[in-house]
Design a protein around this ligand. Structure first.
Ligand code: NCD
Length: 337
């Protein structure tokens, strides 16, 4: 796809060339994200940042990314404080909000809702997560991070082994990332989940049909054994019919430093889309891993800003002019990257 002027609704719209192009642009964004200099390339542009479901890092990093390019952000947060609570259709909301914005990011609890909204929008829409379906920008930042972590180790995306763990049925980040990885060669997928929470069958079949190796398991140790990347996830309790139902699965697959030392290679990279559920009865990624140099979770969240800046710049067609509108930073920034 060409990014310019288009929606980003599903990773299925992307080619390998798109990814590599976007990742090159994301790298160019680093000095701005690191506060070494600033750019005003989107001065005057308005982002409609519409989040109808809980979010911290996706909402804020999209907002920061737009601000870092010099644009303004208007936020709508929560269904109950928006006109959707008064019975307004997604069609009407899209017509109205796209009249106020140059680009929209939208998160919504129902699968397919962002595509429906985009169908009526007069400006490009980025899917910030639609129910249990997809989360394309998270998959892009995850893939960007995997590529970077592997590059540091002198290896490549092709033929990597990735263990995806947890609630693979409802985890939209897993759905998008696993599909995106199929664009590379010979990926070895290990999907570790209770059988009721396994990856949807159609996604498994699609991955296999594209020639990749798929192993399903309910056993954590078995799945970790040859993994280059661990992608741990949270039980998506908001997608279950009751809390009690979700609680049946919480805490089933925990990874801590002991598990890591026992079952992983020394180079295995540990990832999680975040938030990790740190409550005692869940604790899928223990805080005793915080000093483990292979824990990439905060590099993921930092990379989210770069990738989202690249998305805005390419969709709004200014990626070649970012440097032209740059200016110095006036304040003292002691932030460490
Ligand atoms: C994820 C999401 O919302 O799907 N979070 C995120 O956007 N980084 C994962 C999750 O909530 O578990």
């Amino acid at each position: 796809m060409s990014f310019c002027g288009n929606h980003l609704l599903s990773v299925d719209d992307l080619t390998k060339e798109d990814l590599l192009y976007l990742f090159d642009i994301a790298e160019l964004m680093r000095p701005y994200a690191n506060r070494e200099k600033q750019t005003k390339v989107l001065d005057g542009a308005i982002l409609g940042n519409m989040f109808f479901e809980a979010s911290t890092r996706t909402r804020v990093s999209f907002g920061c990314a737009f601000n870092l390019l010099g644009g303004f952000v208007r936020e709508t947060v929560g269904i109950h404080t928006s006109s959707l609570a008064k019975g307004e259709s997604l069609y009407d909301t899209a017509k109205v909000m796209s009249g106020y914005s140059d680009i929209i990011v939208m998160r919504h609890p129902e699968a397919g809702s962002v595509a429906e909204f985009a169908g009526a929008s007069r400006v490009p829409v980025i899917n910030g997560g639609d129910g249990a379906n997809e989360h394309p920008s998270q998959a892009l930042l995850d893939l960007f991070t995997i590529r970077k972590e592997l590059q540091i180790q002198g290896s490549r995306l092709d033929h990597l082994s990735i263990a995806m763990i947890g609630d693979l049925k409802h985890g939209r980040t897993v759905h998008s990332l696993s599909r995106l990885l199929t664009l590379f060669d010979g990926i070895r997928f290990r999907f570790i989940a209770p059988s009721d929470l396994q990856l949807p069958e159609d996604t498994i079949q699609e991955i296999k049909a594209r020639g990749h190796e798929v192993k399903l398991s309910e056993n954590l140790e078995e799945g970790l054994a040859d993994a280059d990347i661990i992608y741990q996830t949270r039980i998506q309790e908001e997608r279950f019919s009751s809390q009690a139902e979700a609680d049946r699965y919480r805490g089933k697959f925990r990874i801590n430093q002991h598990t890591y030392s026992q079952f992983c290679q020394q180079t295995t990279v540990i990832m999680h889309p975040l938030p990790r559920d740190s409550r005692a009865d869940a604790n899928e990624l223990d805080s005793d891993l915080n000093e483990n140099p292979r824990l990439a979770i905060f590099r993921q969240s930092d990379n989210g800003v770069l990738v989202r800046m690249a998305l805005f710049a390419t969709i709004l067609g200014v990626e070649k002019e970012v440097q032209q509108y740059e200016c110095p930073i006036r304040w003292q920034s002691s932030k460490q990257f």
